[in-house]
Design a protein around this ligand. Structure first.
Ligand code: IMP
Length: 418
């Protein structure tokens, strides 16, 4: 039996999809527990690229997939995604999952626009407003989507209020009439009713029965609604603790909690970024690493590896190991810089300060490591060049957590297991 949790250690886009796909081979169940289609998980198998926003990345391995209670589910997006998959899908969706409705998308965009310079840079997928309704106890859940009468009652109650808010406060529209929304979502509910199942119960039973369960986190630690760089965060919890509340399983120790760490740092949207690079070098890394949002296509901000960020991520998530991804993207640089500490008001910090005001004042203290090359064809860790190994081992030693997976290219086979 094994339970494995995969968590983004930085600001999302660390390469979780590839690692989940790799690990799904040995899993019986793959479970998404947070976020929604703000996520974009890319998996490349035999040169074919799959992009998942909602479906667990274990889907191409034909594994039983679960969308748990903690998810904000846009049924239109799920329908598209299911349509793209060639194989038969075994999918269970928890009755408690929250449904993203058209007014959530409209409100997300309207609120961002109204924030002006203070905007967060959301993906505009309705995530924040959907989770806000959950917390306000007005959200529509999957069990209501699949029952026409209950859906009708909910839409009747919500539509007027959301329309008034959009029109009167923001001068915007939902973009669809109540009747159109009802017709669309009733059809989606009918189509999806076959997926209804108690994910909390099924996953708990699977764990008890000794099955291999893989929990797939979305986004990254520093987008966590409490522990990220608030308010420049998402509205769910991409940290390991959210597995318990997002799926509905009892507190337990996991066999593996894998922190996915990109060999450098990227961030989409606004918010502090201590090791951010600008100019030619940033453009080069962005281009080589294809650092453009899977969901929105936006160019990602790029910077050096940040150890205080990772040290904090280890504390918050309890990583038992690290998967270092995209090492190949740093190929051919004269030097690879690693931030070992922050300097803030004359003090040296080993971790990310809790208060954004303090974080915004932090500057990086760098260690220069020699540049390196990886070929992408290496099969064993020992086949990597000495300089590439020095980079991996410098990071590993500084963090005190073993690096068990090193990814040296986008394909499933371009991976070294240690
Ligand atoms: P939201 O989750 O769409 O509300 O966006 C909030 C912040 O999280 C924005 O800065 C987004 O760019 C960022 N974000 C949300 N999802 C992801 C993701 O999957 N990868 C990277 N950044 C994300």
């Amino acid at each position: 039996m094994s339970s494995t949790v995969v968590i983004g250690a930085q600001y999302g886009d660390e390469g979780k999809g590839k690692v989940v796909d790799l690990l799904a081979d040995k899993a019986d169940l793959v479970v998404r527990f947070n976020g929604g289609n703000n996520a974009g998980h890319t998996v490349v198998v035999k040169g074919k690229k799959y992009k998942f926003h909602l479906m667990p990345s274990g889907a191409i391995q034909g594994k039983k997939c679960f969308i748990a209670a903690g998810i904000a589910l846009d049924p239109k997006v799920l329908k598209q995604e299911l349509g793209q998959l060639e194989q038969e899908i075994s999918l269970v969706i928890d009755p408690r999952a929250q449904i993203i409705m058209p007014w959530h998308n409209a409100l997300d965009l309207a609120k961002e626009e109204a924030k002006g310079k203070a905007k967060i840079g959301t993906t505009g997928r309705g995530i924040g407003p959907c989770y806000a309704d959950r917390v306000s106890r007005t959200g529509i859940r999957f069990c209501e989507l699949v029952e026409a009468q209950r859906l009708k009652e909910k839409v009747e109650r919500q539509f007027g209020e959301k329309q008034a808010l959009l029109q009167k406060v923001f001068g915007k529209e939902i973009g669809q009439s109540k009747e159109e929304i009802l017709a669309d979502y009733t059809t989606l509910g009918e189509e999806f009713s076959k997926y209804l199942g108690d994910v909390s119960m099924e996953v708990s039973e699977a764990l008890k029965g000794g099955k291999n369960v893989l929990f797939e986190g979305a986004q990254g630690t520093f987008l966590d609604n409490d522990f990220g760089t608030y308010p420049y965060v998402t509205s769910s919890h991409p940290t390991a603790g959210a597995v318990f509340t997002g799926v509905g399983i009892g507190a337990r120790a996991f066999d593996r909690v894998i922190g996915i760490v990109k060999a450098y740092t990227t961030r989409v949207g606004e918010g502090p970024f201590v090791t951010e690079l600008k100019g030619e070098l940033a453009d080069k890394i962005r281009t080589v690493g294809a650092e453009f949002g899977t969901t929105t296509g936006r160019p990602r901000r790029v910077g050096w590896l940040d150890l205080p960020l990772l040290t904090t991520a280890i504390r918050l998530n309890g990583f038992t190991e690290i998967a270092l991804t995209k090492l190949d993207v740093l190929n051919g640089l004269e030097k690879a810089l690693v931030c070992t500490e922050y300097e803030c008001d004359g003090k040296r910090l080993k971790e990310v300060p809790a208060d954004l005001k303090e974080l915004e004042k932090c500057t990086p203290v760098f260690e220069d490591l020699p540049g390196f090359e990886v070929k992408g064809s290496e099969k064993e860790y020992g086949e990597l060049s000495e300089k590439a190994r020095s980079y991996v081992e410098f990071v590993e030693k500084a963090l005190g957590v073993p690096t068990k997976i090193v990814s040296i290219g986008p394909g499933r086979e371009e991976t070294i297991l240690r």
